[in-house]
Each structure stands twice: as C-alpha cells, then as structure tokens.
Design a protein around this ligand. Sequence first.
Ligand code: HEM
Length: 240
Amino acid sequence: MASDILRIFNGNIDRDAELIMRAQDDLDEYVRILIDKRRSEPREDLLTDLIAAEEEGDRLTTEELVTMVEAVIIGGTDTTRNQLGLAISLFAHHPEQWAVLASQPELAPRAVEEVMRYFGAVRATGRYATEDIEYRDVVFPRGTVVFPTMGVANFDDSVFPDPEIFDITREPVGQPQLTFGSGIHYCLGASLARAELQVALPLLARRMPNLRLAGDPEFKPATSGIFGADKLQVSFDAGN
Ligand code: HEM
C-alpha cells in the first residue's frame, strides 16, 4: 500500500493515478478502522496518545489524526526497507567494507551514516517559496517550486572530504548526511530508522559473509520519492 501511494512522486501519475488512489482509499479505510478500535480499546501506544490529544481539546481533528497516522505508516515502511536494500547493494560492491563491519559491529552507527550519505533512499525533496527568497545572490521569486537535492549535497567535498570514497570508518564531520532532510520537516522517524539499520547491518554482515551481486541490480528512477532497488539478487556464504 505504502509503495503504491508513494508512486505519486515517480512522475508517472498519468499511468499510476488509479492505482495510487485505490491504495490511498485502502489506507484511509484501514486507518479509520484502527482509530475506531483504539477509541473503544485504548492501549499504551502512540495512536492512543494521539487520540487522547485529539479528545482533550481541538488540537487534532479526526482528519488531522488520520493524516498524521498515515504519514507515520507511509514514512515508516517504504523508506527504511529501501534504505536497507541500497545498503546491501552498496556493500556488495565494497566487500572489504562488509568484512570490516562484520568484524567490528561497533562501527554500525558510522556505517549507517556513510551508507545514507553515499546512497540515500531519499534523493531530493520539494519546497514552494511562499515569499521572495534571496540565497547566495540568486532570487527565488514567490511561487517558485524548488527541489533541494540531498543526494548531491551529500557529496559536497567542502563538507565530506573525498566524497567518492565509501568508507564506514569515516570520521564524523559535524554536519550529518542530509538524507533525513533538515529544518522543520526533518524526518520524524530518523532515530527509529537509524536504530533499525544499526541493528540490521552488522547482523547481516556477520550472517552473510562474502556478499556479492548475483546479477545486475535494477533501481527505481532517481526521481522517485523513495529511491531503492526494484530488483536486487545477491549471493553469500552461510555465516553464524
Ligand atoms: C531510512 C529511512 C528514512 C529516510 C531516508 C527518511 C527521509 C525523510 C526525509 C528526507 C524527510 C523530510 C522530507 C522533507 O523535508 O520534505 C522525512 C520526513 C518524515 N519522515 Fe522520514 N525517513 C526515513 C524513515 C522514517 C520512519 C521510520 C518514519 C516513521 C516511523 C518516518 C516518518 C517521517 C515523517 C512523519 C516525516 C514528515 C516530518 C514533517 O513533515 O515534519 N521516516 N523523512
């Protein structure tokens, strides 16, 4: 469902509109049922807290609640799994780095940052200038749609020395990689995604030694909202 809804960013709306709208309707129904269930049977979870926040005042309308829950579901599923796939394809090209991670699992936090810098699952985002903005002597008139490209900024050699080198032992430079965005819309799930990837990667590195590609991977178009592999076949030896 989440993958189909995110096709909205793929530049094929003419072809995919029906599929996207059907997936959105399915998700709306699923979330409304979920909210109804939690209303009658509260639990100790985020949704119950959000419902309470809604009922205590008019801070969240039901529509806002549905939208927020959907943002977390959509943002929380397709992103991290695509990032994990990209990580695997990257390590398959850099077996020596995979071996380093297997033998030094404590490098997991750095490995995740380096993977996301080098091959992030979100390449760019969109912004709309609500007023005239001047930045580095360039004026963006009100109404301009801008696409800041984090995938390129992550290779800025004034910030990340030797950016073309994939190195999971890279020293932090003060400026984090930008694949989680920045500013007020900075990824709400960044800590969760980091935690998931920091657990998954060293574990897979240990259990899948000698990781290698078993065929050419196929990637979604770079314009996709969430970038990732459409097809990724790998071989590996049995680890422990
Ligand atoms: C590797 C995984 C992930 C990547 C690469 C990623 C990337 C991003 C980026 C780039 C943005 C900002 C978009 C913008 O400024 O236009 C964003 C926002 C967001 N992300 Fe993530 N995300 C990831 C995982 C997650 C997870 C696990 C969740 C939820 C559990 C999540 C929920 C959200 C939400 C709700 C927003 C909107 C925040 C706002 O508009 O204030 N994301 N994410």
